[in-house]
Design a protein around this ligand. Structure first.
Ligand code: SAM
Ligand code: SF4
Length: 326
């Protein structure tokens, strides 16, 4: 059996993002309405054993790297059990987690012990009142304490993702960059994407990454950098003398679809080959019927779109990232 999977455009597919829940303990302005979304019924959500069974069947086809995401994955009980099940699949080389960080101080060591390699943590402000305003929840989140807990647990690299919002948190661009001077952390600035139900945000809130980089460069000389391990859509730089790096993720001003090596599994077991397309294959029902998944996977890859539809402005009705495993 081939161990390299190519889609119809010749891109090698080795990276699966797994959403374990569509629910969240935050209601970020750019992701979810205050009242939440229509949550999936629990029996539609894959069990940990079902997720592991899907990965075990697809891994021999070429999957090598996994990311556990959501919604907020750390609110699902015993997440370390899933991490352990995935770690036991021989082909899997790398397991990472995307989290809002709230529960990292309590859970980072358990996750590491179960086999988690690294973490991407979201943090849109370093100021408690503003964190609560952007997340629309005050859970006492302290980004520096959470990143420190992840680092001390041995998760490596620690990446911190900030969605930059003009007039809301863009005055903290330099503060986040300054974290990289004395910590081996990787701060990545994400351009706001106009997906989901952004009632309180508009295109005017998008801050282009070129502007972000100009502002970071006020702190010192900024040199291109290879960045941390785990290739993805970011472009990296380093302030001279800094321990960590700066990255920009630019879904709106530069597309990176040509190097896209990922597919997504939603919490209810649908394989999505593009974040913004509507191409979905239902792996859950096939698994529950005892049918083989490999033909469905190959079919989905044969249909993976060449690039996303956001830039053609066909954005209406797109699901929030929390629903598709952003
Ligand atoms: N709850 C976890 C978290 O916040 O990291 C994982 C899921 S969250 C949907 C994954 C990433 O998507 C986060 O870094 C978040 O900031 C980003 N995100 C969500 N909605 C976005 C939007 N409209 N534009 C840009 N980034 C977005
Ligand atoms: Fe929750 Fe993450 Fe969406 Fe914020 S970005 S509401 S933390 S899923």
């Amino acid at each position: 059996m081939s161990s390299t999977l190519l889609d119809q455009w010749g891109r090698r597919i080795e990276y699966l993002r797994i959403s374990v829940t569509d629910r969240c303990n935050f209601r970020c302005l750019y992701c979810m309405p205050r009242e939440g979304l229509q949550w999936l019924p629990r029996d539609e959500i894959l069990t940990y054993e079902e997720i592991a069974a899907i990965v075990a069947e697809l891994a021999p086809l070429g999957l090598r790297r996994l990311r556990i995401t959501g919604g907020e994955p750390t609110i699902r009980p015993d997440l370390e059990r899933l991490i352990g099940l995935l770690r036991a699949i021989p082909e899997i080389e790398d397991i990472s987690l995307s989290t809002n960080g709230v529960r990292l101080p309590a859970l980072a060591r358990r996750f590491k012990a179960a086999g988690l390699d690294r973490v991407n943590m979201s943090a849109d402000s370093l100021r408690p009142d503003r964190i609560a305003a952007i997340a629309r929840r005050d859970l006492g989140f302290d980004p520096v304490a959470a990143a420190t807990a992840a680092q001390e647990a041995g998760l490596d690299p620690v990446k911190i993702n900030m969605v930059v919002l003009r007039g809301i948190n863009d005055d903290e661009i330099e503060d986040f960059a300054a974290l990289t001077l004395h910590h081996p952390w990787h701060v990545r600035y994400i351009e706001l994407m106009p997906v989901g139900d952004l009632r309180e945000l508009t295109w005017d809130h998008v801050v282009p990454s070129d502007e972000v980089l100009r502002r970071v460069a006020r702190l010192g000389k900024l040199l291109p950098d290879a960045g941390p391990t785990g290739n993805g859509p970011a472009r990296y730089f380093r302030l001279v003398g800094a321990q960590g790096t700066i990255g920009v993720i630019t879904p709106m001003t530069h597309t990176y679809c040509g190097s896209c090596n990922r597919v997504r599994l939603t919490a209810d077991g649908r394989l999505r080959t593009c974040l913004y397309g509507d191409h979905e294959v239902n792996l859950r029902d096939a698994l529950r019927r005892g049918e083989p998944l490999a033909p469905l996977f190959r079919q989905a890859l044969a249909e993976k779109p060449k690039e996303h539809a956001l830039l053609q402005m066909r954005v209406g009705g797109l699901r929030a990232l929390s629903q598709v495993g952003g």
